[in-house]
Design a protein around this ligand. Structure first.
Ligand SMILES: [Mg+2]
Length: 289
């Protein structure tokens, strides 16, 4: 009897077009051409935007990322336009993202939505006490463990820790990952912390299932009507949470070259996002005049 090949545990399930389950082929939006988004016309738009790689270009050192002046101008205009609610949801700390964007009257989600702040409100889902204790122990442990890896940067984001390795010599990456995972394993194995990967970053975060998708749904639940439309734009794996949460509820746009995502649409890069944001009020129409 022929042996059946066992499915690999590492590989996520794929569907017929070779995408991860729940993922599909995105449709490329070309903002310089006519935009095929009639769903926006006449609606109240809840706009959710990631920061790095979406509004601001990715740079080698995350502390150097900045919002281009032209994008800030567009955001400012949208934040004040009737019929638009603008939220920036980032993996950065709330403090950091508020400072980097620097526009008042908008809503911000830091640490992938673990801390949310908007005009007149703040929210943070409760975190286990063991997590805070683990984080306090891990800070010095990671500082020591990272010494042999010049170019790896530990970013303390208050509620989470990120280790960026974009500037690490490629030959050191495998041993860096092994070292970091073993440094975290004591707390990870006890379920006190979770480890997540992003674009050239490893993140130590709470072991709760709360991501950008939950934050977006929480905000919509707080302040939207059934006829409103959410629009979410992001470039990273953490944004896939939000794309999945908004399936069938709004417009989801993945930024970057990868054509496969839980998002419905795709924009090529931050330049195309800027152009898209400029076009939004015209797409939405004169609904609120
Ligand atoms: Mg990003």
């Amino acid at each position: 009897m022929p042996l059946k090949r066992r499915p690999s545990r590492k590989r996520p399930p794929r569907n017929r077009i070779g995408c991860k389950r729940g993922h599909r082929q995105t449709r490329l939006l070309q903002p310089e051409r006519q935009m095929p988004l009639p769903a926006i016309r006449g609606k109240n738009v809840h706009l959710f935007l990631d920061f790095d790689g979406t509004l601001a270009p990715i740079v080698r050192s995350p502390e150097n990322a900045r919002l281009p002046d032209s994008v800030k101008k567009v955001l400012n205009r949208l934040a004040r336009a009737p019929g638009f609610q603008v939220t920036v949801v980032s993996g950065r700390s709330l403090r950091d993202i508020q400072k980097r964007v620097g526009i008042r009257g908008m809503t911000y989600g830091g640490n992938h939505g673990l801390e949310i702040s908007g005009p007149g409100f703040r929210y943070a889902p409760p975190l286990p006490r063991a997590y805070h204790r683990a984080l306090a122990c891990l800070r010095p442990v990671l500082n020591r463990a990272l010494r042999p890896f010049p170019g790896a940067i530990l970013e303390d984001k208050d509620l989470t820790l990120s280790v960026h390795y974009r500037r690490l010599a490629p030959g050191l990456v495998p041993s860096f990952k092994r070292t970091l995972k073993s440094a975290v394993s004591l707390w990870r194995d006890r379920g006190a912390v979770a480890l997540r990967t992003g674009k050239k970053v490893l993140e130590i975060r709470p072991p709760i299932s709360w991501g950008k998708g939950d934050a977006v749904l929480w905000l919509l639940n707080r302040n939207s009507l059934p006829e409103d439309i959410p629009v979410y734009i992001g470039d990273d794996r953490t944004d896939e949470d939000a794309f999945a949460a908004l399936r069938g509820k709004g417009i989801t746009i993945r930024v970057g070259r990868s054509p496969r995502s839980a998002a419905r649409y795709r924009l090529n890069g931050p330049g195309a996002v800027e152009q898209f944001l400029k076009n939004l009020p015209a797409m939405q129409g004169a609904a609120h005049e």
